[in-house]
Write a protein of this length. Sequence first.
Length: 96
Amino acid sequence: MKPVFEKCLFWDVNIDKLDIDKKADFVIARVFERGDVEDIRKCRRYYGDEKISKVLLNVKYLPECTMYFAAAIINREITEFRCYKLRQLNPELYPY
């Protein structure tokens, strides 16, 4: 059974026309980035932890807090994430 996510998660696309099977990478990344705990649970039940791990490890960008949260959920080191490696290559300006 396909999960029903909040429309506010996908504010920039037409959720009714979104094929969540074909666009699984987009949906998983968006749910982890902007969803709440219940949305993440629905996502894990539908896609499974193996698919979610594969997507999250290869996504180009996740906010730092989301990256640490995802690392705890999929039980992987933060250094294994592609977005972490990209962030290390392109450090931000010193915030002062």
